[in-house]
Design a protein around this ligand. Structure first.
Ligand SMILES: NC(=O)c1ccc[n+]([C@@H]2O[C@H](COP(=O)([O-])OP(=O)(O)OC[C@H]3O[C@@H](n4cnc5c(N)ncnc54)[C@H](O)[C@@H]3O)[C@@H](O)[C@H]2O)c1
Length: 311
């Protein structure tokens, strides 16, 4: 069985490739590296079941051979990324999604869409359940991502209803972990990057508690500063996972504290590499300011396993 993963060089896409390979699939990852990185897939270079194709999925997608599953993960995903690439984001959510759906249709393959909690916009109900339609501003700055994903969902359902493609949509809420980019602008990498540089942690809106949780992992952690919320930023997000629990038997398995340890270890390693290459500036010229306190909280085995992406 062979799966095609669009956005395979990204944070989530690369983990998905690992998982599919571990389950015995052959995998073709397609990516144009607009926000992804070769290093996320370098550990698979000698894996005979893995192939990579550099391509923009917003252009016609040519894939030879059988395909059993198309998993569409390609899209800039962090606010700074999609605000920097507004047209490319709309293209990959619209034409890119149709190209991926066409591939699934031609190959008689299943289709999986990585959608997002951003479909709910700034929600009026909390927690958000699947039947809530959302509160999105189509002409606000975030509309390029939110509306592209809403279009993706509508297009996916059209291929399902009209062409009978076996489609699956998952609305992913904020996810974090190793292989996120330190500078991708989402809350966790942002806080960690600021702390590692010895800069104050910037809070936009109501995530003070989360910032405090991250500060606890640093010696001499920098202070917290408050900034106004960017335009149309959602004020609350919380998934209602009752249905996912019931039908998919899905629920998060990794506690926040454990997840933070694994992710911070990865960020620290990436940061050290950047520092060696002179690519980061430590505030006050004091690299010791924000020493990550990992040794006491991490066993030797964990450190070996998570000190870098598997190779
Ligand atoms: N990480 C999260 O918390 C989260 C939450 C909700 C939804 N999602 C969705 O999951 C998917 C992956 O997100 P991520 O966090 O891994 O982001 P990411 O930026 O790390 O990965 C996205 C990948 O898609 C690639 N890509 C973008 N446009 C492309 C194009 N036109 N052609 C080929 N490749 C293209 C990028 O180069 C990158 O490798 C996205 O669709 C995103 O909307 C992620």
């Amino acid at each position: 069985m062979r799966a095609v993963v669009t956005g395979g060089a990204g944070f989530l896409g690369s983990h998905l490739c690992d998982r599919l390979l571990a389950e015995g699939w052959e995998v073709l990852a397609v990516d144009n590296f607009i926000t992804g990185a070769k290093s996320n897939l370098s550990h698979l270079a000698n894996n005979k079941k893995f192939k990579f194709q550099k391509a923009d999925v917003s252009k016609p997608l040519k894939v030879a051979g059988n395909v059993g599953y198309v998993l569409h993960f390609a899209s800039p995903a962090s606010p700074p990324d999609y605000l920097r690439h507004p047209i490319a984001t709309m293209m990959v959510g619209s034409i890119g999604t149709q190209n991926a759906l066409e591939l699934a249709l031609k190959k008689n393959a299943k289709f999986f869409l990585a959608s997002t909690s951003e479909c709910y916009g700034d929600p009026e109900v909390s927690p958000q359940h699947e039947d809530y339609w959302g509160n999105v501003n189509p002409i606000g700055p975030r509309g390029v991502y939110d509306e592209a994903k809403r279009f993706s969902e509508a297009m996916t359902m059209a291929y399902h209803r009209y062409h009978k493609v076996d489609t699956h949509i998952v609305r992913i809420f904020n996810t974090y972990g190793p292989r996120m980019r330190l500078n991708d602008g989402r809350a966790l990498p942002n806080f960690v990057y600021q702390a590692l540089c010895g800069k104050p942690l910037t809070i936009y809106g109501a995530i003070l508690e989360f910032a405090e949780r991250i500060r606890k992992h640093f010696d001499n952690a920098p202070p917290i500063v408050f900034e106004p919320l960017p335009e149309d930023d959602p004020k609350r997000r919380c998934p209602d996972i009752t249905k996912a629990r019931r039908i998919l038997k899905w629920e998060p398995k990794v506690e926040l504290e454990e997840g933070l340890k694994l992710t911070l270890a990865y960020f620290k390693q990436v940061f050290n590499k950047k520092q060696e290459n002179g690519k980061v500036k430590i505030e006050n010229g004091n690299p010791g300011t924000a020493n990550l306190r990992l040794k006491s909280s991490f066993s030797k085995v964990e450190r070996e396993n998570y000190s870098r992406p598997k190779e």
